[in-house]
Design a protein around this ligand. Sequence first.
Ligand code: IPM
Ligand code: MG
Length: 357
Amino acid sequence: MKAKIILLPGDGIGPEIVNAARQVLDTVASKAGHEFTYAEHLIGGIAIDETGNPLPEETLKGFEGADAILLGAVGGPKWDDPKASVRPEQGLLGMRKHLGLFANVRPVKMVPGLEDASPLKPERTRGVDLVFIRELVGGIYFGERGRFEKDGKRVGFDTMIYDEAEIRRIVELAFRVARGRKKHVTSIDKANVLDSMRVWREVATEVGKENPDVTLHHQLVDSAAMRLVTHPSEFDVIVAGNMFGDILSDEGAVLTGSLGLLPSASLREDHVGVYEPIHGSAPDIAGKGIANPLGQILSAAMLLRHSLSLEAEATMVENAVYQAIADGLRTADLGGGESSLGTAAMSEAICERIERA
Ligand code: IPM
Ligand code: MG
């Protein structure tokens, strides 16, 4: 098949790991007879430096006709001044809104061979296999906000707001995903305190009644935060609003102890999606050639699966990654120590395993 893929390397280690993932995509393409074309565009801090805008018009134009977008990471200390009026993160949030990517999907699975990397006891993390479905274009991230002065004091406010259609589409997606898994949805809210979250629970309950083959549990966000570390293997699909999903998915990401390994997809109703590793731009190791490319490579696997419907190719990439880990290959962040592989060597090892498969 033919596909047009947009590359948004972004900041920090972004360019190195996007480059590594592109090599993997090219290997898959030549092995399976596909034709992928790429176009690279600016986003984040580098886009601010070059154009003054974290999401330039030219980048938005580049999205037209694209099948999928592979993003590295945005941000870094250079642009971190909290008083700055333009920030790299605005590029990310603006892109999500512009493309209508309402669902952020983050699978978290214990990788065989990396059990020791988890901060939790092995008996707790055994069998962890869950997926976060986070609402991405609504809630407090996009509600009314502002700052003003009152009685000589600075005041800031943000508004958590959800309508039932926004809740329904994300919860319905969670049910569809659960149907292909362990058929269990945990809906996160704070219905004991917040009105927006009472509407959330009502709508989730309705969707649950319409999908009786999938079990639904409601859980308050605070107790969910606790159970994620005490009983992580009890979760299957976790659906949450934008803010709670942001927080819980980072907590979920460290369960496996391998932040550098986790991919994510931001999706909408059609096939177009943005794929990025869940880790940040790691400015401290940028340009050193030691960044772990596996989260980016597994994001490319999600791209193959969700945007291009290439399930077999996606599995091929995932198996190559798991095989490399089983073979004992490690980057520095995975505890590789003296024998750590750098970014290029690790991506070559993945490409070799795909070619051999
Ligand atoms: C994420 C990140 C972003 C978010 C930041 C960088 C704006 O934390 O993708 O989870 O809060 O959504
Ligand atoms: Mg986050």
